[in-house]
Design a protein around this ligand. Structure first.
Ligand SMILES: N[C@@H](CCC(=O)N[C@@H](CS)C(=O)NCC(=O)O)C(=O)O
Length: 254
């Protein structure tokens, strides 16, 4: 079925949440416009005219004409927030792409996997990056995800929204370890990479390679750009303790 309406995605380079949506849009070969929001210098119009409920990304507009950055979406266009909900929406409007499997049991597994990313991975992920939580906490969660994977292929066999849900976090984690982008020590980063490279994580590593090998990832992952934006976020955190609009800690001792 051809795409019925215009799709506009409000995204941000460093954020893993809109990245989830971009992966799915690429997987279904959707035509879409992207409006980039700089989360560290967020302009007023975004919250005022587009997303008054907190000014977060992603936000997907379905319908209406082409949008210019500081323009309010048309009244008859639909605005959808929350990356996991947007993924489900894309699975619904592009049914032939099977972003969710046809089999009800696999569909349930894909959805559980998505929820597990948000409930189990996000906290230790943020904790390790910014709050001195040891990498071991993250490793044990990664082990749980590895255990959920089938022997080969993606999270529930064929690529699905479950893979979109986790992939942006894995790419960012490996990037952070490779380039020491976080409040952890270089030694912790080295140990983290060694653990990831160990036989224990062979299945997760293969899964990561499969995710990174998708054309959808090639089109949506610009490591240099993410690295630069993440570095800015880290610099701000070191000066002010601000992680994002919702999370602020005492500025770390220099
Ligand atoms: N649960 C939301 C989380 C979205 C979210 O937290 N987005 C952050 C970026 S990582 C954001 O836009 N924060 C607003 C800001 O930093 O000003 C989702 O899955 O879409």
């Amino acid at each position: 079925m051809p795409q019925q309406k215009r799709i506009t995605l409000y995204s941000a380079i460093d954020s893993p949440f809109p990245h989830r949506v971009r992966l799915a849009l690429e997987e279904v070969n959707a035509q879409y416009d992207t409006i980039l929001i700089d989360l560290m210098a967020k302009e007023e119009w975004y919250e005022k005219k587009v997303n008054p409920a907190g000014g977060k990304v992603p936000l997907l507009v379905y319908g209406g004409p082409e949008l210019h950055p500081d323009e309010e979406p048309a009244a008859d266009a639909v605005k959808i927030t929350e990356s996991l909900i947007i993924l489900e929406f894309l699975a619904d409007i592009f049914p032939e792409a099977q972003l969710l499997p046809v089999d009800p049991v696999l569909r349930a597994r894909a959805r559980l996997f998505c929820i597990a990313v948000d409930t189990k991975l996000l906290r230790p992920f943020m904790g390790f990056h910014f709050m001195g939580v040891p990498f071991d906490a993250l490793l044990s969660v990664l082990e749980e995800f590895q255990a959920m994977l089938p022997p080969t292929g993606f999270a529930v066999g064929k690529w699905s929204i479950a893979d979109a849900a986790i992939a942006p976090f894995l790419t960012r984690l490996i990037m952070a370890l490779k380039y020491n982008l976080g409040t952890f020590t270089p030694e912790a980063a080295k140990q983290g990479l060694q653990a990831f490279e160990s036989p224990k994580f062979a299945r997760l590593r293969q899964y990561y390679k499969d995710l990174v090998g998708r054309p959808s990832m090639a089109k949506t992952w610009d490591e240099e750009a993410v690295k630069a934006t993440f570095q800015r976020r880290l610099d701000r955190f070191r000066k002010t303790g601000v992680i994002n609009a919702e999370l602020r800690l005492p500025a770390p001792a220099q």
